[in-house]
Write a protein that binds this ligand. Structure first.
Ligand SMILES: Nc1ncnc2c1ncn2[C@@H]1O[C@H](COP(=O)(O)OP(=O)(O)OP(=O)(O)O)[C@@H](O)[C@H]1O
Ligand SMILES: [Mg+2]
Length: 233
């Protein structure tokens, strides 16, 4: 579904990714793990088009998309949940959801938010509340709900549990599994929280210094001694 070949990108003239080879198939949940600053977010931003690639290929549904603008990639069904959640703090929950919907041509209309509220009942209760006044966990949920309003085929989730209380982490894990299974959405996850990585990932990639250093099976992901070297702990 999504594939990169020798992908190089960075900031200004400085490369951060030095040739990333990666692929995810339709319907999969795949994680990328790696210590702080190795280039995980840069990789996601390059896939979604917020960072331009210097060389290499990004292929999505059989098409090379390196030159496409971020909104064009959204129209093709690519959704992105940035690190830090990035909800609009001064907009209400409902207004945040509407912003997500407008990014995509495939968006659901407001009357159709029911399926989103089924995954996130708390957001129905809070729909008139300013997003910035909610807890970290609720903002994390809103950031995932917002991307769902665009009916994406794949979602790139960058550290959804950052700044989220432990009891909400499990809820986020269950939501990831459900939207994958029930809505058929492919998930690419960047995470530091090992419990979440283990509970949702079918396989993974380890990144270090801007390259993929290992491909990880589900068994390896569940072997703490094996993968701890790739985690920021
Ligand atoms: N906007 C930017 N301009 C210049 N350099 C940047 C920018 N964003 C990130 N970098 C640098 O690129 C490198 C990779 O950063 P990136 O955010 O991709 O890492 P990461 O793996 O997501 O880290 P973390 O786990 O802390 O989120 C780091 O050295 C970082 O300082
Ligand atoms: Mg990051």
């Amino acid at each position: 579904m999504l594939k990169t070949k020798n992908l190089v990108s960075g900031y200004g003239k400085v490369p951060i990714l030095h040739g990333v080879d990666f692929e995810i198939n339709e319907g999969e949940i795949v994680s990328i793990i790696g210590r702080n600053g190795v280039g995980k977010s840069t990789f996601m931003k390059t896939i979604i088009g917020l960072n331009s690639s210097m060389s290499g290929e990004i292929e999505y549904s059989g098409e090379i998309i390196n030159k496409k603008k971020p909104f064009e990639r959204a129209w093709l069904g690519m959704g992105y949940v940035p690190q830090g959640h990035m909800v609009f703090p001064n907009l209400t929950v409902l207004e945040n959801l509407e912003m997500g919907e407008q990014i995509s041509k495939n968006g659901s209309s407001e009357s159709n938010y029911d399926f989103i509220y089924e995954y996130f009942p708390i957001l129905r209760e809070r729909r008139t509340q300013k997003a910035g006044t909610m807890s970290g966990g609720q903002q994390a949920m809103l950031s995932i709900a917002r991307v769902l309003t665009g009916n994406p085929k794949i979602i790139l989730l960058d550290e959804p549990t950052e700044g989220v209380q432990p009891n909400i982490v499990d809820a986020i894990g269950e939501i990831i599994l459900k939207i994958n299974k029930e809505l058929g959405i492919t998930i690419l996850l960047v995470e530091q929280h090992l419990g979440l990585i283990q509970s949702v990932s079918q396989r993974g990639f380890a990144m270090d210094k801007g390259v993929i250093v290992e491909r990880l099976s589900r068994e390896q992901i569940h072997d703490y001694e094996y993968i701890k070297k790739f985690l920021a702990i």
